[in-house]
Design a protein around this ligand. Sequence first.
Ligand code: FAD
Length: 330
Amino acid sequence: MDDGDQRRLGFGRRCRDDSRPAGDCWLLTGDKYFASNASAELAVAAARPEGAAAGVRGLALFLVPRYRHGGELNYFIRRLKDKIGTRVPTGEVELKQSQGYLLGSAESGIYLILEVLNLSRVANSVVNVALAQRAMADALSYAEQLAAFGKRILDHPQLRHQFENRLTALRSAFALAWDSVQLLNDVWMERLPYSDRYHLFRLVAHLAKYWTAEFAVETAKWAMEVHAGLGGLAEYGAERWLREAMILAIWEGTSHRHILDGLEVMERKRAHKMLFRGLAEIASSKELQDMESEVEQHLKLPPEEREALAEPLFRRLAILTAETLARKSG
Ligand SMILES: Cc1cc2nc3c(=O)[nH]c(=O)nc-3n(C[C@H](O)[C@H](O)[C@H](O)COP(=O)(O)OP(=O)(O)OC[C@H]3O[C@@H](n4cnc5c(N)ncnc54)[C@H](O)[C@@H]3O)c2cc1C
């Protein structure tokens, strides 16, 4: 439960509970339309303390246990969602005077929320790559078994070429996701004011979440086509990867969101400068220099145009970053 888009959550009456030394206890009220893993023992929820400022700056972060101190349920699951993918229970949750423990200070809520998002976005990128790998492995084992026109379908030039290209792209996508993991490992303890490396992390995390999600969807669709007619049958499993990939692309922010946030960190923090410096150390190339000039030109566009034309640029930047990082890992 990690967003603040809820009807008025929380008011500041402290729980009087000396036997539980768990910091500031608040009572939270509101609805949460999407709550993943709704049966978890502990959840984090963003909520606005009464009287706090409007907008994201007024949000605080709370730890919400499933059970109240006395043992009764602390929040209620109105219904479980019927989804196209993911087996974790996703609930519609009601908080009614639910006990929540303030994490950090109320004023630092938005930064703590970002920390939660940083972690889940990086994790999402790794899952995207793992899903693409699994979809490819299934497609490979199918293509090794099925014969057409006298040989395995894997040995037909077009399909073999596609497998080879996709394997290269998988390695690049993994290198990008892994770079976001390593950068997060460097900066996760940082607090305001953030270092340049933190802003670099943010850019790489947006590139990774965006590109690995797109890659997973494309790969799952392709793997389903390798299974052709059988790919459309639930019993063969290939269609499941496409359904799962579609959810992963939306979770933790859609591609639109990551493109916009990636643009912002380049514009306001000049994070692309650090990115290109690091990439040039791996392999300095004209392609990288051209890309850097293109990014600079793009950032000078009027805001409307900058947003409207951002996707192809972000896509090429993500792919070039991924390919360059893959060279480093050999
Ligand atoms: C299975 C599942 C589980 C989930 N679990 C959780 C959870 O546990 N906790 C939680 O907080 N959330 C959860 N979510 C919600 C999920 O994080 C959001 O659905 C997702 O972040 C997108 O937000 P939204 O649905 O509000 O999209 P909206 O904000 O309604 O956007 C609608 C469309 O408009 C686009 N859009 C919006 N603004 C812009 C813009 N400025 N420029 C361009 N395009 C724009 C979006 O990209 C999107 O395509 C879950 C969702 C699913 C499907």
